[in-house]
Design a protein around this ligand. Structure first.
Ligand code: BT5
Length: 279
């Protein structure tokens, strides 16, 4: 349990501060040994002055959340944190928050460890087809603009896959497992914040095409046959692209196109049809 976590295994906040290269993100942070969900704590802080960029970090979460009410398991050694953002951007762009966050995480992990990372619509980062990171973005909309967003980021960092239940292990990986060594979470967190901040600047400046292009480059499932669970049905077809709003575009077997705004990809075939991917 986190209460007995030895000091050497806790996140070293002083080291994170030394390593931090951001202007705003993570300059103010709250550290916990155990919380329900870092997103919940972050949401309570939103209305404090200068909340933008505040991060909430916890060694474990007792009620870590995924999307659509799903559970997010958060053993010790992970990087479980939330970032408060207050972009003055139209609500219609909110879906791009998770997209840019997943690109930032994928790039930082690749740069730090040389591992090949992919993104999977709408909010996952994968290594070898297995989930290394999940993102839960929660937004509040006011007057058709984003009032605040809480980016909840979970990276399976410095623990073994065996710390997770057997049923999700086949679809999951951790950095410790991939690298066969311990991971310095302080370094990882500061690099993640750097990349998230630079993509956040792009988002604020409405450079959406650049964000979407970077996302597409990392989305190796585009061009594959996929199955998507959405609104009580499974959609089967070819993953063609994401549209400018961040919806997944699937070509169905009868040739019609379907833009899916909410759902989860539940299967990706190994066979690629790259000629079908829109450039
Ligand atoms: C996500 O949901 O992937 C979003 C996860 C966001 C977690 C962060 S941690 C900090 C912040 N605080 C929170 O409470 N949440 C955020 P989704 O796409 O719905 O995926 C959830 C599914 O992933 C579950 O149903 C499991 O099958 C699987 N899963 C659960 N824990 C996992 C883990 N640690 N690693 C990989 N897969 C996991």
């Amino acid at each position: 349990m986190s209460k007995s976590l030895p000091k050497a295994e806790r996140l070293n906040i002083r080291k994170v501060k030394e390593l931090l290269q951001t202007a705003v993100l993570g300059r103010r942070g709250l550290y916990f040994r155990e919380v329900t969900s870092t997103n919940d704590i972050a949401k309570d802080l939103v209305n404090e002055s200068k909340s933008e960029g505040t991060i909430v970090f916890s060694e474990t979460q007792m009620e870590g959340r995924g999307r659509l009410g799903r559970e997010w398991l958060s053993p010790e050694g992970g990087l479980w944190f939330s970032v408060i953002l207050r972009p003055k951007v139209q609500a219609s762009h909110a879906a791009k928050l998770s997209l840019f966050a997943s690109v930032a995480v994928a790039k930082a992990i690749h740069r730090l460890y040389g591992l090949k990372t992919d993104v999977k619509w709408p909010n996952d980062v994968l290594i070898d087809g297995k989930k290394i990171c999940g993102i839960l973005t929660e937004t509040e909309i006011k007057d058709q603009k984003i009032d605040f967003a809480v980016l909840g980021i979970g990276v399976n960092a410095d623990f073994e896959v065996q710390a997770l239940p057997a049923n999700i292990r086949p679809l999951t990986t951790t950095l410790k497992h991939q690298l066969r060594r311990e991971v310095q979470r302080e370094v990882l967190l500061s690099e993640l914040l750097k990349d998230i901040e630079s993509y956040y600047h792009m988002f604020e400046k409405q450079k959406f095409n650049e964000i979407l292009e970077d996302w597409r480059r990392l989305a190796s499932f585009l061009g594959s046959d996929i199955r998507v669970q959405t609104d009580g049905e499974i959609v089967h077809g070819l993953a063609v692209n994401i549209d400018n709003e961040g919806a997944l575009v699937v070509r169905l077997e009868d040739g019609t196109m379907r833009n899916i705004t909410s759902g989860s990809i539940v299967a990706i075939s190994d066979e690629q049809h790259p000629e079908h991917v829109d450039e």
